[in-house]
Design a protein around this ligand. Structure first.
Ligand code: HEM
Length: 400
């Protein structure tokens, strides 16, 4: 293939609510193809639902960014992934499994449901504050960001009063256009902060996740660095993702008043179905899961050679018409849809019960409290997060 025939990845979106049109064409015509990325290399791009699940479930594909051939998403990601202490999202089994296992009990559906009163209270408080505050307001700052941030801080034992600090670092770390210095500064600042917190909880344990992990240092199961890296991963993954699902999800519902009405007035099953449908449609982790083959593997009739990189495009898989009838239609009654927005296989999102809990309470509570909720600017004036590792909206001006 010549350079001109090889598509570039990522591609520009035509509509902010859908993956690029070119992705659809590629999925139809060449579902396993080469794509050119920022550094000139041409890893494989996998776009069909069945192939995406097959790659993510196959441990012959590694998540280790230190391996030659790993397709980094941007220079900033490469710096972050190769200069920082790795967390288990970047590791393969058995080390990945060893570390993940220590957290599984913290994130079961049963354990997470115990957070329901806390989540409901946080939502009620934020909506009260919004009602008493300025109108119009920015929904991201007033509601979408503080909710997951409060919840993850409570769970980890990170003081929420420091939220401005870690939200700023986390933002810098997810910015695909960030320069080397900014990435290193943000990463060092956040890691230093967490190192101090881990040290503190080791000496004076409290009833929180960091204290429980820190207790494993003295048993020799974990190093201090391991605990800080795990806390880092949870802190960043725990608030930016859910926050953007709340922001972009609300915007999407407001553009489909019939669907918003189903969420506002629907029963628990309808709301749960709506959450899954929004996760599928929006696939906010929009820069592809990144993998590298550790041996030759056939995917959808194409042999991917050992050492070759793979971009696993969940955003394309989640719109595959072979899996989903009318894939581009928002249908909040679609039911369990087996989307891959939380990934699949051994790295499948650990925090998904928590994200689901927050979303299924947040959307209806917001829509019920403010039945006249509306966006005050046209789509063209909304800043979508195309240059961020997690998609969504930077701000969402709303009136209510
Ligand atoms: C709507 C919200 C969320 C979305 C869309 C999302 C998405 C994802 C995806 C796609 C992966 C797979 C990464 C891969 O295959 O390389 C992942 C992994 C992960 N997520 Fe989430 N996530 C969300 C919320 C959360 C929350 C709330 C937490 C923590 C409390 C969390 C913690 C993690 C962790 C620790 C991993 C790594 C799992 C592993 O490598 O074994 N996520 N997430």
């Amino acid at each position: 293939m010549t350079t001109t025939e090889t598509p570039s990845y990522p591609m520009a979106r035509q509509c902010p609510f859908s993956p690029p049109d070119e992705m659809r064409e590629i999925r139809e015509s060449e579902p396993v193809t080469r794509a050119r990325i920022w550094d000139g290399s041409t890893p494989w791009l996998v776009t069909r639902y069945s192939d995406v699940r097959a790659v993510l479930a196959d441990q012959r594909f590694s998540s280790d960014p230190f391996r030659a051939g790993y397709p980094h998403a941007a220079p900033s990601r490469k710096i972050r992934q190769t200069r920082m202490r790795p967390s288990f999202i970047m590791m393969d089994d058995p080390e990945h499994a060893r570390l993940r296992r220590m957290l599984i009990g913290e994130f079961t559906v049963k354990r997470t449901e115990k957070l329901l009163p806390l989540v409901e209270q946080a939502i009620a408080d934020l909506l009260d504050a919004m009602e008493a505050g300025e109108n119009p307001t920015d929904l991201v700052q007033a509601f979408a960001l503080p909710l997951p941030s409060l919840v993850i801080c409570h769970l980890l034992g990170v003081p929420y009063s420091d939220h401005a600090f870690f939200q700023e670092q986390s933002h810098a770390l997810l910015d695909l256009t960030a320069g080397e210095e900014a990435v290193i500064a943000a990463s060092d600042a956040l890691m230093g902060y967490l190192d101090r917190l881990v040290d503190d909880r080791r000496r004076s344990p409290q009833d929180d996740l960091i204290s429980r992990l820190a207790a494993r240092i003295d048993t020799g199961e974990l190093e201090v660095d391991d605990v800080s890296s795990m806390a880092f991963l949870l802190l960043v993954a725990g608030h930016e993702t859910t926050a953007n699902m709340i922001g972009l999800g609300t915007l999407t519902l407001l553009r489909h008043p019939d669907q918003a009405a189903l969420v506002r007035e629907g029963d628990d099953a309808t709301v749960r179905s709506a959450v899954e449908e929004l996760l599928r449609m929006l696939t906010i982790t929009h820069i592809g899961r990144r993998r590298v083959a550790t041996e030759d593997v056939e995917v959808g009739g194409t042999v991917i050679r050992e050492g070759e990189g793979v971009i696993v495009a969940a955003e394309a898989a989640n719109r595959d018409p072979e899996k989903y009838p009318e894939p581009d239609e928002l249908d909040v009654t679609r039911g369990t849809n087996q989307h891959v927005a939380f990934g699949f296989g051994i790295h499948q999102c650990l925090g998904q019960p928590l994200a689901r809990l927050e979303l299924r309470i947040a959307y209806p509570a917001l829509l019920r409290r403010f039945p006249d909720l509306r966006v005050t600017v046209p789509d063209e004036q909304i800043r979508f997060r195309e240059q961020m590792a997690v998609y969504g909206v930077h701000e969402l001006p709303v009136a209510f």
